[in-house]
Design a protein around this ligand. Structure first.
Ligand code: ADP
Ligand code: MG
Length: 535
């Protein structure tokens, strides 16, 4: 007796599901597409991209993570690859394109193995072994760097900016990046929030300057305040210089005009007292996170005090770090020892903006870089280049180890992994070899982007490395190999370790997926008649 077969529905209507090879294939394809998008931007000869968002705002950039963020990628596996770039950006600040390209290539190589019926678990295991080998090899070949070696640090900063819009000014920017990082991170705990980057169009990139202090987008609250204060003694207030409004409405019955005047006089007296407290501390500059009453402004101005109000909290913290002052939450507590010091505080007009420079701080623990550029877009890209340079210099100082670029490190690693593969047997060997081939994507892409023949370049790189030239890399103008270390193309080892481990991890993660279940919302597939109903 035949049983009647009933379909069993276990998921809500509208759920899309793909399994097995289809799921894997789709995910790999999506991840490869992400890598494909950014590959033309890699290296000194990489091109830029122009991205126009839904508001019509234009971004012109060479920066991997910026491109991927602006593209608003939706596919879930593709998003996982974008995440690699974001992590790279957060951890190092540079090497985002490299990380994504390696991830894409690892998956592309894996795809070929899958076609040969090698199971994904074998590939995953091979990739894991190869990654561990790479990290060990990186530790072995990387060279220590002394914190004092400014020349070397400058080269690292310049490598980070090669091929970006700001390249013409890279000498100046590199010097600024090194100085800024050393200023705020000498004690070893560098925090990139302690370098504020203010971007202002209207002058060429080489007018970018480092301010040993903080630049605020603020002007003095009162026009008759001094525009410049030397030997500034700065009060940092997280409280208003105002008379508190009562929470409840209070009515005052006034019967004759004298009473009214007395009431106003009293209010003025109270404000005057508040201003007296400020003066008594010896302050000649006030930065207030909250408001300053009009009458108080008037008295402050009369006493020659420079004051700005509604200063952002992040700026207040930067001011405290730069000037050595303490943020005071109750005006009555303000004493001389709370005051910060700066050589000069001055108001400056730049284009349409009023800025306050707090400069000449002694041993500041927060600094500001005012990045310039002929137009907003140029200044934006200069800022991104500078961020990469700062990240690289900081990472070099932190880990204290450096490798050379121009494809030299990747070629050396690839050679090492290939040898390691020989020591393994069976199918795992194929996976480890695939990993080695994947690493070559970096020199190959550098060559392609420079209009060189990638096969010629890889071949000559390989033979140079066979001759124990660890730092043999590509000279992108001639296509010949050169000693990248001697050419000063240097990068922190952290770029490579971070890029390799997260690229490898995401590749493994995507390979492990054999079932994709997209709920209706995830699939963003509205029911066909919804639109017509105007819902
Ligand atoms: P990422 O976002 O990965 O940092 P970049 O566009 O900054 O991408 O390119 C970085 C790559 O360019 C690195 O592999 C680096 O070694 C290489 N590179 C930088 N400067 C040079 C140079 N002068 N010659 C050859 N390669 C270079
Ligand atoms: Mg870079």
């Amino acid at each position: 007796m035949a049983k009647e077969i009933q379909p069993v529905i276990i998921m809500p209507e509208g759920t899309q599901r793909s399994t097995g090879k289809t799921a894997q294939g789709n995910n790999i394809m999506a991840a490869k597409l992400v890598a494909e998008t950014v590959r033309t931007t890699l290296g000194p000869k990489g091109m830029d991209k122009m991205i126009v968002d839904s508001f019509g705002d234009v971004t012109v950039t060479n920066d991997g993570v910026t491109i991927l963020e602006e593209m608003k990628i939706e596919h879930p596996a593709a998003k996982m690859v974008v995440e690699v770039a974001k992590t790279q950006e957060a951890e190092v600040g540079d090497g985002t394109t490299t990380a994504v390209i390696i991830a894409g290539e690892l998956l592309s190589q894996a795809e070929q193995l899958l076609e040969k019926n090698i199971h994904s678990t074998v590939i995953i295991k091979g990739y894991r072994l190869a990654t561990a080998q790479c990290l060990r090899k990186l530790e072995e070949i990387s060279q220590p760097i002394a914190a004092k070696d400014d020349q070397l640090l400058k080269k690292i900063a310049m490598t980070a900016m090669t091929g970006k819009g700001a390249e013409a000014a890279k000498e100046i920017l590199a010097a600024i990046a090194v100085k800024a990082v050393k200023r705020v991170g000498e004690d070893g705990n560098f925090n990139k929030d302690h370098i504020k980057i203010e971007k202002k169009s209207g002058a060429s990139v080489d007018h970018t300057e480092l301010v040993e202090g903080v630049v605020l987008e603020k002007e003095a609250v009162h026009p008759s305040m001094p525009q410049e204060v030397d030997n500034a003694k700065i009060a940092l207030l997280d409280c208003a210089i105002e008379i508190k409004n009562t929470e409840i409405d209070a009515k005052i019955q006034i019967t004759d005009p004298g009473q009214m005047q007395a009431f106003l006089d009293q209010e003025e007296q109270m404000l005057l007292k508040l201003v007296d407290t400020v003066t008594a501390s010896g302050a000649n500059v006030v930065f207030c996170q909250k408001g300053i009453d009009d009458v108080a402004q008037h008295y402050l101005a009369k006493r020659g005090i420079y004051a700005a109000r509604r200063v952002r909290q992040s700026d207040m913290e930067a001011l405290a770090r730069a000037t050595g002052g303490t943020i005071v939450t109750n005006l009555q507590d303000l004493t001389q020892s709370d005051l910060g010091k700066a050589g000069k505080v001055k108001e400056l007009k730049m284009g349409n903006d009023e800025l306050t420079y707090v400069m000449g701080c002694k041993n500041p623990k927060a600094v500001t870089i005012v990045v310039r550029g002929g137009t907003d877009h140029i200044a934006d890209e200069a800022k991104r280049a500078l961020t990469d340079a700062i990240g690289d210099v900081a990472a070099s100082l932190k880990s204290g180890a450096v490798v050379a670029g121009a494809g030299s490190t990747e070629t050396e690693l690839s050679r090492h992994i290939r040898k390691f593969a020989e020591s393994l047997g069976g199918r795992e060997q194929l996976a480890v070899e695939a990993f080695a081939t994947s690493l070559e994507v970096v020199p190959r892409t550098l060559a392609e982007n420079a209009g060189l023949d990638p096969i010629d370049v890889i071949t000559s790189l390989k033979s140079a490395h066979d001759l124990k030239q660890t730092w043999a890399g590509i000279d992108v103008s001639s296509g010949r190999t050169m000693d990248a270390w001697k050419q000063g193309i240097l990068e922190p080892v952290k770029i490579k370790t971070q890029a390799l481990s997260s690229a490898s991890e995401v590749a493994q993660m995507i390979l492990r997926i054999d079932d994709v279940i997209l709920s209706e919302k995830g699939a963003e597939a509205p029911a066909p008649d919804m639109g017509a109903m105007g819902m």
